[in-house]
Each structure stands twice: as C-alpha cells, then as structure tokens.
Design a binder for this molecule. Structure first.
Ligand code: ZN
Ligand code: ZN
Length: 149
C-alpha cells in the first residue's frame, strides 16, 4: 500500500525524532534513502533504491546507500525482507505484517491479515532463543505470473 503525503511526512518526522533521541544524525543520504523507500510498495532491493537516490544525490555511492539502509533498519525505521536465494529487499513498513511472495518473478506484496497477526510466539527459551516477532511468508504465483487480471 502506497503512503499518502501526510503519512510520508509523519514518517519523516518520526525519523527525525528517532535520530534525535538516539543521538545519530539524519544525514541527507539517510533521508533520501528513507524517502525513496517510503515511495515504494514493492519492497525494493538496495540496488533499486540506489538507482532512485542517485538522481537527487549524484555523488552518493552504492556503499553509502547500503550503509544508510543498515542504519535505518538499526533505528527501526525500515525492515529487511529476506527469502532464500534472492537479494535482501527493504520494507518501509516496520509494524507486523505479512508477505505474499511470487515463486516465479520474486514479487513481494504486503498481506494484512488479522488472523495471522494472532499466532502465539513459540516458547523457544530452552534453546536460548528469545522470539521477538514474526512474519508469515505465503508463497505462490502473483497475478501477472498466473496470467490473470
Ligand atoms: Zn510473479
Ligand atoms: Zn511488507
């Protein structure tokens, strides 16, 4: 789901507040990367975001975009979406939600489902692991790849 202008502004304000609280600068580069991510609902790769950001900041390097994304994830302003065998994708939505993943083209779509939001976290403490959150990935074929729509 694409963000409205108001949502986008409030996410940027949140980013400024979080950076201030954590005492880290919201650099031009980080802001540009976050803005580019907020404009997308297709869970872009770091390289796809670089292609967008470099239009506004021609001096920016791929490495800076990668580091900016790491910083945004660390600050809780963006999330990583990973599935085996493909490049890490980034998500502007950090609250719990789920994904539909196309096996053929790799498209990732958001899935909001209150039923999936209520799965109890397993008690894995005997293994020394503390579950914090989860996200369900539903695999299949997207509308384009099934030829429908
Ligand atoms: Zn597909
Ligand atoms: Zn998502």
């Amino acid at each position: 789901v694409s963000l409205s202008t108001a949502d986008r502004e409030s996410r940027l304000a949140e980013a400024r507040r979080v950076c201030q609280e954590r005492g880290v600068p919201l650099t031009n580069q980080r802001r540009a990367v976050l803005q580019a991510l907020l404009d997308r609902d297709d869970h872009p790769t770091a390289d796809a975001l670089y292609e967008v950001v470099v239009h506004d900041l021609p001096q920016i390097s791929r490495a800076t975009v990668y580091r900016s994304l790491d910083a945004l994830v660390e600050l809780g302003l963006a999330a990583r979406v990973s599935h085996p065998g493909s490049a890490t994708r980034f998500d502007p939505t950090v609250r719990r939600h789920h994904h539909l993943i196309c096996d053929r083209c790799g498209a990732i779509l958001d899935l909001e489902d209150p039923t999936l939001d209520r799965i109890p976290l397993p008690d894995t403490r005997p293994a020394g692991f503390r579950a914090r959150d989860y996200s369900v990935q539903v695999r299949g074929l997207c509308e384009r790849c099934t030829g429908g729509g």
